[in-house]
Design a protein around this ligand. Structure first.
Ligand code: ADP
Length: 353
């Protein structure tokens, strides 16, 4: 049996308080009793004279104990309650930088300190959520304002009526591209929001991953041909997994589009699918610009774009989505990269047994 020392300590403390209280009461009663007995030995006139003294004596002692108890309460109860109330008023007003000072210390066994610790932890958590929320809003606003400004400028120029037909074509194309960028951004935000709020319930079924990877890869043919990339595949046939196919297609599409986007012209993209015991490994490699260590630490964060030269072709939400889907699928994603030489993303998932 484990001895719970903190409970024993609490019990002893409560006992100690009870003893002090008992000694105080005993002291008052004894004082009054002695005075009373003393009075009994007196004659009537003396008893009459002693009666008011005894009465005032009791009043005085009660007053003294009253003051003592009031001071004790003010120090030990009212002071912490006031401190907690003031802190909570600031938190309710939206100030999440507030940290309520402890009465005895963060790790003391004082009951008020345990409430203060709970409130301080909650405020720190709220401050984190608030920062995420404001960062998210400013990122989204920035991402929306940039294409809107481009659309507005080109539309104004188109309205001027002084443009040559080729220029008109060029500006109309730019407007279409920016509209697509806006639409992709909003689609990604909605998807991420639904994934983060657990509004998407994975619909798992057993399916052929090898086929899915080939289909997804082929969807990018137009872009890789335009960049004259070499595509190398080593895809084991008929690898089955038990997952939500639609969600995982988001992962493959994002990894393929990044590999193609960050690959140099005439570079190489390699896709491998392997079955290793009870795991399936999918790796996507490219001979692109690579990722620095500093960038690598942030790539799965929302709106993070390490390589700003490709900023217009994305919105920094792709890998955040990928990571969320892999977490839901209870898999793992890792990245190896050499700056200037290339990058490999490896996804590991449970194989269908
Ligand atoms: P986006 O591609 O829209 O910028 P992502 O979330 O897909 O956003 O990627 C975040 C960042 O990770 C990119 O801006 C880039 O810096 C880095 N990155 C992702 N994939 C690769 C890759 N294959 N090669 C080099 N950098 C990459």
């Amino acid at each position: 049996m484990r001895i719970e020392w903190h409970k024993i300590k609490k019990f002893l403390k409560a006992g100690w308080r009870l003893i002090i209280f008992f000694v105080m009461i005993a002291f008052v009663v004894t004082c009054n009793f002695l005075l009373f007995l003393h009075g009994m030995q007196m004659d009537e006139a003396e008893v009459r004279a002693m009666a008011p003294i005894t009465f005032w004596n009791i009043i005085l002692l009660t007053l003294l104990f009253g003051i003592f108890d009031f001071t004790r309460r003010a120090w030990m109860v009212t002071r912490p309650v006031k401190r907690i109330r003031e802190g909570m008023e600031k938190i309710v007003a939206g100030d999440f930088t507030v940290r309520i000072p402890y009465i005895k210390g963060e790790n003391s066994d004082n009951e008020f300190d345990s409430i203060i610790k709970g409130l301080n932890d909650m405020t720190a958590e709220l401050a984190g959520v608030e920062t995420l929320r404001t960062d998210f809003i400013s990122n989204v606003s920035h991402e929306i304002k940039t294409p809107l400004a481009v659309i507005s400028n080109y539309a104004t120029m188109l309205q001027s009526g002084v443009l040559k037909p080729e220029q008109q074509q060029e500006y109309a194309k730019a407007i279409t591209e920016q509209t697509k960028r806006l639409s992709d951004l909003i689609t990604n935000i909605l998807k991420l929001n639904r994934l983060e709020n657990q509004q998407i319930y994975p619909e798992k079924k057993t399916y052929n991953l090898s086929e899915q990877i080939c289909e997804c890869l082929l969807m990018h043919e137009y872009v890789w041909e335009k960049k004259q990339l070499e595509i190398e595949t080593d895809i084991e046939e008929d690898v089955l997994i038990y997952q939500d196919a639609e969600l995982l297609s988001l992962v493959w599409n994002n990894l393929f589009s990044n590999a193609i986007k960050f690959c140099k012209e005439e570079g190489r993209v390699t896709v491998e699918v392997k079955r290793l015991e009870d795991k399936v490994l999918v790796s996507v490699s490219d001979t692109g610009c690579g990722i620095s260590q500093e960038t690598g630490r942030h790539i799965f964060e929302k709106f993070y774009q390490g390589d700003t030269s490709h900023a217009t072709q994305g919105n920094g939400l792709g890998l955040a989505l990928v990571k969320r889907v892999i977490d839901i699928a209870e898999g793992n994603i890792s990245v190896q990269s050499v700056l200037g030489e290339g990058t490999t993303f490896t996804v590991s998932l449970d194989a269908k047994t």
